[in-house]
Design a protein around this ligand. Sequence first.
Ligand code: ATP
Ligand code: LTN
Length: 337
Amino acid sequence: MKKILSGIQPSGRPSLGNYLGAIKPQVSLQDEADVTYFIADLHAITVRQDPAELKKRTYAVAAWYLACGLDPEKSTLFVQSHVPAHAQLGWILNTFAQMGELERMTQFKDKSKRHSHNINVGLFGYPVLQAADILLYNIDAVPVGEDQKQHIELTRDIAIRFNNHYTQGKEGAKPIFVVPEPMLPKTGARVKDLQNPTAKMSKSIDGKGTIFMEEDVKSIAKKIRSAVTDSGSTVEYDVANKPGIANLLEIYATVQNISIEAAQNEFSGQQYGAFKSTVADAVVAEIEPIQKRFNELMNHRAELDKILKVGAEKANIQAERTLQKVMRKVGLVPPAV
Ligand code: ATP
Ligand code: LTN
């Protein structure tokens, strides 16, 4: 079975874009692969966080994935800081990452601009910790958005460099790390802002164009019914000329698990008003039960703690195994057992 892993930063409230573009497809992978998801709290602190908020968001990410159907029996879900090997391998890999290559990382350049008062060493080394996250678990594929491709490339470079260093000239020596592939979303639901349908729906814009997963369903329906469309009257999938309608068709198709073509056929001859109401009802029907499960889980922290503990125990076993192997290769004396 293919081994898949991804990390989710516990920042902000998830939007419908995060759900349709990341959470839903990632959860569905559990039926075809051995999946591991973790909450990247150590990555989150590379920009200043409010401690109480960080704690709440960490639980919330776990609760969203579980509410969306992630099955802790089939998959592994844990908090990054609960598995010390991430930070430990991260340190060792720092010695295999070059300043020059980290300086070229687009995310580092962007974040240094946005947080110019706090360009800390952790922010610079962020991609090395990400490499450790992945390489600890012999991962084949990493489902990520386009923006993370560069980090996966770097992970591959570090893995190959490390493997070569410790196997070169050694007849029959096996590579230490599995070299992972990035896995870009197949269906590629790119949800657009409902008020500005040529821009992506972004969780950092709190307006009428963004739907938050936590939002009251009445408000969700209202936002969809007042989505910007165009002066025409036919429900057609035409991204260039009818971006608002195309966005709603994409949202509908993804929610219903049908093709865009099938969605378009369903609405042929319908008025925009009726179309938007049907999309609103479908989104609410999908989100409402998820919200209910989310709220239940958030009110039962002990339950969440238990699931995350089991997840960290599973992760620790594999992570420790890789860390010990790496320590031996490097020449660090492993602690006696
Ligand atoms: P921000 O708007 O603050 O930049 P974001 O909403 O893009 O944040 P991220 O934390 O960067 O959120 O992304 C988390 C995941 O959600 C990524 O895999 C990203 O590709 C996906 N995602 C985010 N927005 C959308 C969207 N509008 N449509 C589809 N997928 C999205
Ligand atoms: N950098 C990623 C989050 C992340 C991650 C990972 C993703 C941290 N560690 C390991 C995949 C694999 C982000 O900002 N989305």
